[in-house]
Design a protein around this ligand. Structure first.
Ligand code: FES
Ligand SMILES: [Fe+2]
Length: 382
């Protein structure tokens, strides 16, 4: 692969060009993204709110690396390679659950919740075999604002350097105390970056969501000048009310308890690089976590968070249905565009474009970070 020229991407937003189209279409570039950004970065594995008790686990993947997060007998949460140390079997199927040990379904090697090999049947004849040498491979992890972050290759540096001002900036929404009310997984025939880009720009609202969301949002603020591998942009709503449901006149849930002033009637759109984006709104938070499967195939997990008091209320199921409906309607409108955009981007005749400085600054912020990571890895030049 030739070094990518990022000089035009690294200019100020009003002068910059978008990423070269090959970044959305070339499998060689995707392989580098997987290694440099996903395996080499701090990636959100999902919410940690069902991992509170000893034995609670979450089996998931980052790139093609199967992992398991599990709460140990000492109450510590650890993340291990979900790969048996005998002959490499994946230990646990993807998903959440609870267990007492991790037992390999192939030949029965058994690991403690701390990843120590506790039993290996019929291995007495193996010479110089010390079970202490065959514990599960551990991966750095950290919980911040209720998200579980992992760094597969262990080289991303401290999580607090990666996230910078993230925790402080999102403090008013109380992300840590919000609970997961709904999750949905699906796949979209577009590049992973396109999926997150459309979620982080206001430019498309008028054309793509004319009858649904376009009228709900006022002009956004400029993105925060914050430290960390993320971009975040707050905007007030045009009218007092929720943007999490389609019937804007009524707000089915109260404002989150930590919000006041402008924050009590607006939404903060945040993209934590590479694969986590969410909208922290006045009454709910909706989260997208993406996994690239191919240049034009992106796995998406959508999670809805609410205040625990709202979730406990008697009519919450019906209210939740209204939020889920709004997400589905918006998603369908975006997916139709994203899949057609992918066809255009995959053309040999596609060329870098330009940004709308007022309505697409968050995309450019991501492109600058992306370009910087690839330049740093020697894959691109500025
Ligand atoms: S591969 Fe796990 S016990 Fe054999
Ligand atoms: Fe959209």
């Amino acid at each position: 692969m030739q070094s990518i020229d990022m000089a035009n991407v690294l200019r100020p937003t009003a002068q910059a060009y978008t990423l070269p189209p090959a970044c959305y279409a070339d499998p060689a570039i995707l392989a580098h993204e997987q290694a440099q950004l996903f395996v080499g970065g701090w990636v959100s594995a999902g919410r940690g709110d069902s991992l509170d008790k000893v034995g609670d686990y979450l089996a998931f993947s980052v790139s093609d690396t199967p992992l398991i997060a599990v709460r140990g007998d000492d109450s510590q949460l650890r993340v291990f390679a979900n790969t048996c140390r005998h002959r490499g079997m994946r230990l646990i199927e993807p998903g959440r659950g609870s267990c007492r040990h991790l037992v390999c379904p192939f030949h029965g090697w058994r690991y403690t919740l701390e990843g120590v090999l506790a039993a290996a049947p019929r291995m007495q004849g193996a010479e110089n075999f010390d079970p202490a040498d065959f514990g599960l491979v551990q991966v750095p992890c950290a919980q911040r604002s209720g998200f579980l972050f992992v760094n597969v290759d262990g080289n991303a540096g401290p999580i607090d350097d990666w996230l910078g001002d993230f925790d402080a900036l999102h403090q008013p929404w109380g992300l840590e105390s919000l609970v997961t009310a709904s999750t949905r997984e699906f796949s979209v025939a577009c590049n992973w970056k396109s999926f997150l880009e459309v979620f982080n720009e206001y430019y498309h609202l008028r054309k793509v969501h004319p009858g649904t969301f376009s009228a709900l949002y006022d002009e956004p603020d400029v993105p925060e000048d914050a430290r960390g591998a993320f971009v975040s942009q707050f905007g007030v709503h045009r009218h007092v009310g929720s943007v999490g449901v389609l019937e804007q006149s009524s707000s089915p849930l109260p404002v989150l308890p930590g919000l006041s002033g402008r924050l009590a009637n607006g939404t903060r759109y945040t993209w934590v690089y590479p694969g986590l984006a969410f909208a922290a709104s006045r009454d709910a938070v909706w989260i997208f976590e993406v996994t690239p499967h191919a240049v034009a195939e992106t796995g998406v997990r959508l999670t809805l968070l609410f205040d625990p008091h709202s979730v406990a209320s008697g009519d919450f199921e019906a209210i939740l249905g209204r939020y889920e409906h709004r997400m589905a309607v918006g998603m369908d409108e975006d997916i139709a565009i994203l899949e057609a955009q992918q066809l255009g981007l995959t053309s040999a005749l596609a060329r870098p474009g330009r940004f709308c400085p007022e309505l697409e600054p968050s995309i450019h912020a991501f492109h600058r970070w992306y370009a910087g990571r690839l330049v740093g890895a020697g894959l691109a030049h500025g």
